[in-house]
Design a protein around this ligand. Structure first.
Ligand SMILES: [Zn+2]
Length: 286
């Protein structure tokens, strides 16, 4: 549990640091080098790439904030469940009833919990799933866009050719070797490292986003899949997607705004049934 708490504190710091570094590299290095402004049309050539970057970043950070502002916690259930003597620290949440969980990190009862996101420091459930998915999409797009600009910068500034597909495989080990022999600067090595960071985050977010959209379409959560439970909700995929993305889903694709009306709270008999009852969140306890 200590490791999870540490990760819960380090991951948001890592996210903000990567965001600041991306901003600085974009406006301090990439734009002035790749699109140098001429005297005849000052700044004109940088407008489109800058607007694209700011749009992607605004949506990524906006949906990040909305994920935190609309937590999936239940407003009616604040009591901490009593753990059984066999409670394991290796699990991060206790399964209650009706798809609800008590998250040990959030210390709250989460409605239709999917998983705990360490980058936002919040649980993802029925209320903030839409923002989380859009956060993944735009983070992936921002990283892959920055990767393209980073490759263009290295090509223009340091004449590194990326025509050979194997260049990306050998770039990091060669750059590390050149750095220690004094051939390249620390900035150049840092830029190469950032290419791999952007590629890694971009691909992970894209893959994670596809998985979440598939689960939402099936009306299932990650917790249910872990516990090998079939979806309770047998609605058609279109209805499941509308429940999460709302009827104004198209607006939500381009702006981090509220588009879905959630029926969030639990049935009246929930408190009575879940009182002092704690089931371990593992597949041995179905
Ligand atoms: Zn949580």
């Amino acid at each position: 549990m200590l490791k999870l708490r540490l990760l819960n504190a380090v991951a948001p710091a890592y996210f903000f640091m990567a965001t600041v570094v991306t901003f600085v590299l974009h406006f301090g290095f990439f734009m002035p080098t790749i699109f140098p402004s001429s005297d005849t049309s000052p700044g004109c050539s940088t407008t489109v790439p800058t607007v694209v970057f700011l749009f992607l970043m605004f949506n990524a950070l906006g949906n990040y904030a909305m994920t935190i502002l609309y937590p999936a916690a239940s407003a009616n259930e604040t009591a901490v469940p009593v753990c059984s003597p066999h409670c394991s620290d290796k699990v991060d949440a206790h399964y209650l009833l009706n798809g609800r969980h008590f998250c040990k990190l959030c210390k709250k009862v989460i409605l239709k919990r999917d998983h705990h996101c360490f980058f936002t420091g919040n649980c993802i459930g029925n209320k903030n799933m839409r923002y989380f998915i859009m956060f993944c999409i735009y983070t992936s797009c921002t990283c892959l866009y920055s990767l393209v600009l980073g490759v263009a910068f290295l090509t223009v500034e340091y004449s590194i050719s990326f025509e050979n597909p194997l260049t990306f495989l050998t770039l990091l080990p060669l750059s590390t070797g050149y750095f220690f022999t004094g051939t390249i600067s620390g900035l150049q090595l840092f830029l190469v490292l950032m290419l791999y960071v952007w590629l890694g985050i971009g691909l992970v977010c894209a893959g994670f986003c596809c998985q979440q959209v598939l689960l939402v379409a099936r009306g299932q959560t990650w917790c249910q899949m872990q516990r090998r439970q079939l979806a309770e909700n047998r609605s058609p995929w279109r209805s499941n997607l509308t429940d999460v993305f709302g009827s104004n889903w198209a607006l939500g694709l381009i702006l981090p705004v509220h588009t879905a009306q959630m029926c969030s709270e639990e049935p009246l008999n929930y408190h009575k049934n879940s009182n002092n009852k704690c089931f371990l969140f593992d597949k041995n306890n179905k």
